[in-house]
Design a protein. Sequence first.
Length: 247
Amino acid sequence: MHVLLELDSLTAGIDALPRGEMKRALFLVLSAMLTKVSKQPGDTTGRKAPRRLSGGFAIRFFVKKTEELVKRLANYQKLVIDPRVEVKVGPGDARHLERVRAGSVALIVASPPYPGVYDYHAHHSTRLRWLELESERFERFEIGSRRGARGKTFEMAVATWRRELGAALVEMARVISPKGAAAVIIADSVLAGRPLRADLLTADLATAAGLTVAARASQKRPHFHLPTQAAFRGSPRREHVLLLRRA
Ligand SMILES: C[S@@+](CC[C@H](N)C(=O)[O-])C[C@H]1O[C@@H](n2cnc3c(N)ncnc32)[C@H](O)[C@@H]1O
């Protein structure tokens, strides 16, 4: 109960600030600390577990995180070179970038979900609620989710993923400039108990979308749980970066 009251006080305090950078930065801090003070053991799990926190912990943690952010922003400012470009950040569905003009993007850096691994909407449900962020579209437009693959055969789950990632790559091909590039990072994963080689599938979909693989690099990754390890039968699971250009 005391954690709830502390969070509520923090939110009310931030809410009372005038619109602007400071308010946004403080909501960012709140977002970064919510999992730490919730019953969710980590960012990438929807599981609940008991957590005991002393009175005042949430407020002290908020102050510490704010001080950290101030230092990091100051260091970052020193690194930014002139002339400064205006940065716009906004939510959207990677398959429909309505606000981005065709052929206007020099570099895309994308890390799509690894199919069937996480349920980002569920993982962020506490954040979405506390920050009063739009939740319904995030759930509906999420691609590669674990819930979307549940109960499907390997072939059905791959077909879904091909449609979802394929549409995002078609959109990348539309917005990328003639000399532009897209760096897509993606790891092998397991669907319906069978391994999915992400690099082969992504390269295939990229080609179909009118892109070409200019370079690629892969690195071995550990198996974090037994079913994944079993599915790969001793062969490595890898994470890949594919550099894509217009064909
Ligand atoms: C592997 S994570 C990459 C996280 C990223 N590197 C970051 O630091 O925030 C995949 C991300 O894709 C997002 N995602 C899922 N469906 C999406 C969609 N249709 N359009 C854009 N992003 C989506 C997920 O919410 C998740 O944050």
